[in-house]
Design a protein. Structure first.
Length: 336
């Protein structure tokens, strides 16, 4: 099991404060639970973080008092009393901090939530800012990379255990349940997302929901899954297994997708445009005549969220940098 030091969270907050000082208000109201965790180590929910020149204050409630003390020692907190709404507690903290202006996560805080806080916080200017913390999260340090690798190992061990007990009479739902249970046995706290197990023609659905189809009902079974480790870091893997002798066309498609993936991985390096990496895989699939059957981006960043920046896709404006962790998952989907 891996743990993050409190120094790491303090360094993240300092880096963000430095960016805020150069780019807009010096204070930021963080409302996305994942971003709060990234900056403090607090793994609970229903809590906001005010980060600014005057200090850092976690706004939460009495359910989390002990948890905050364990996960965030030394962090200043404001525990709202029973009957006090979050917008009221946030306004109280802002009145005490007295910033002239505060940025807020406009891609997370709802319009209703922003209006409530703004109305209760007179004379404070609210400046919408999107993606400030997410941009920092794209670059993983060595500890984060180790956490993601641990989540990958949990997923791999879980799927190996599930596959060893797989039978033709088992349904997609049963296989998905066995996979989730196995990952937890190997240390996973929860799946990165609801596991996908899809048999036969249903494997052509990129986000198929497991149902009552039995494993023996098709020549292929697709499994798309991941584990979340104790630190909240996630993995995202996909495998396609043959349950019988597959057709010549499917064998050909498998080779095309594998070649596309390998070529794209070989292109990954700091400084390359993400759309260029996507183009390498896409051209390989297009040359084989399956371009129209590859209808999504090549991959995405992964960390505390299963989908985060950067994005490997034809319209991506991201550039790869050292420390970024991305998936590379080309696909060809043949309906039926």
């Amino acid at each position: 099991m891996l743990f993050m030091s409190t120094d790491r969270y303090a360094a993240r907050r300092d880096n963000l404060l430095h960016r805020l000082a150069k780019d807009g208000p010096g204070d930021l109201l963080v409302t996305n639970p994942t971003n709060v965790r990234y900056l403090t180590g607090f793994s609970g929910d229903d809590s906001f973080l005010l980060l600014g020149r005057s200090g850092t204050i976690l706004i939460s409630d009495a359910r989390f008092t002990t948890q905050i003390a364990e996960e965030c020692p030394g962090l200043e907190t404001h525990i709202r009393p029973p009957g006090t709404f979050m917008h009221e507690a946030t306004a109280e903290v802002l009145k005490q901090a007295r910033p002239a202006a505060v940025a807020f996560e406009s891609n997370h805080l709802t319009h209703h939530g922003w209006t409530q806080i703004a109305e209760a916080s007179k004379a404070i200017e609210f400046v919408p800012k999107a993606g400030l913390v997410e941009e920092s999260r794209q670059i993983k340090d060595a500890g984060e990379v180790a956490e993601i690798r641990e989540a990958v190992r949990q997923a791999e061990r879980g799927v190996a255990a599930m596959r060893a007990g797989l039978t033709g009479e088992m349904t997609e739902l049963q296989a998905a349940a066995e996979l989730e249970y196995a990952m937890r046995k190997f240390g996973g706290r929860k799946p990165s997302f609801d596991p996908i197990v899809a048999v036969g023609a249903r494997a052509a659905l990129p986000h198929a929901r497991p149902g009552e189809a039995r494993i023996s009902e098709g020549e292929l079974v697709l499994v798309d899954w991941g584990s979340t480790n104790a630190g909240g870091y996630r993995s995202d893997l996909t495998r396609v297994w043959g349950t019988a002798r597959i057709s010549a066309e499917l064998e050909k498609v498998h080779g095309v997708v594998l070649a596309a993936q390998r070529r794209a991985i070989a292109e990954i390096r700091p400084g390359i445009d993400c759309r260029e990496v996507d183009a390498v895989a896409r051209k390989e699939i297009e040359r084989a005549g399956y371009g129209e059957q590859f209808g999504h981006g090549l991959g995405h960043g992964i960390g505390l969220d299963v989908h985060e920046g950067p994005r490997l896709g034809p319209s991506s404006k991201d550039v790869l940098k050292a420390g970024m962790v991305v998936t590379v998952e080309p696909g060809v989907y043949l309906p039926g």
